[in-house]
Write a protein of this length. Structure first.
Length: 152
C-alpha cells in the first residue's frame, strides 16, 4: 500500500493497524525517516518536500512492486510526506511483513534505498535564512546500486 500525504502520520497506530491486517506474518520490520536538526554541520530550520501528484504514486508503486517480486512479502506499507516539515517531523514510514525476518529486513532496507534514490521527491532545506536544494548523496547511490540486478 502506498500513501503520499501532507499530514503527519502516527507510526505506532500505523504499525498496529498493519499488524492487525497481517496476523499470519511471522516478521514485521519498520523504518521511520525523520527530519534531522543538522545537515552537514549546519542547523536545519525546515525542509519542504515537493513532488508531482500521480507521477510520485506511480513511481512508489513500481518500487513496491519490485520489492514484492524479490522477497516473499505478505504485505508492505509506504507512507511518504510532502510539504513543509520541521526538525523532528517524520518524513517516511516503511513497514514490511513476511513469514521470516530475513525477507522483512531485506525488503525494508531495499525499499528505503530505492526511495532515497528513485522516488521523485525534491527537498529544499532552509537554514540560517537561506534555502538550498538537496542533491543526491554518493552513499545513497552506492546503497541503491547493491540492489541493481544488472550488476549481479
Amino acid at each position: 500500500m502506498i500513501r503520499v500525504q501532507e499530514k503527519a502520520f502516527d507510526a505506532a497506530a500505523e504499525l498496529e493497524q498493519f499488524r492487525h491486517a497481517n496476523r499470519a506474518s511471522g516478521a514485521t520490520c519498520m523504518f521511520i525517516g525523520t527530519v534531522r536538526e543538522m545537515s552537514e554541520g549546519v542547523p536545519i530550520e525546515g525542509m519542504t518536500l515537493e513532488h508531482y501528484p500521480g507521477m510520485t504514486e506511480k513511481a512508489l508503486a513500481e518500487i513496491e512492486k519490485e520489492a514484492l517480486a524479490r522477497w516473499p512479502l505478505e504485505a508492505s506499507l509506504i507512507i511518504h510526506r510532502h510539504g513543509r516539515l520541521e526538525p523532528g517531523d517524520d518524513i517516511v514510514l516503511v513497514i514490511t511483513a513476511s513469514a521470516h525476518r530475513q525477507a522483512a529486513f531485506a525488503a525494508c532496507e531495499f525499499l528505503m534505498d530505492w526511495l532515497k534514490t528513485k522516488a521523485p521527491f525534491w527537498k529544499l532545506e532552509e537554514s540560517q535564512g537561506t534555502s538550498r536544494w538537496v542533491d543526491a548523496k554518493d552513499h545513497d547511490d552506492e546503497a541503491a546500486r547493491r540492489w541493481d540486478r544488472r550488476r549481479s
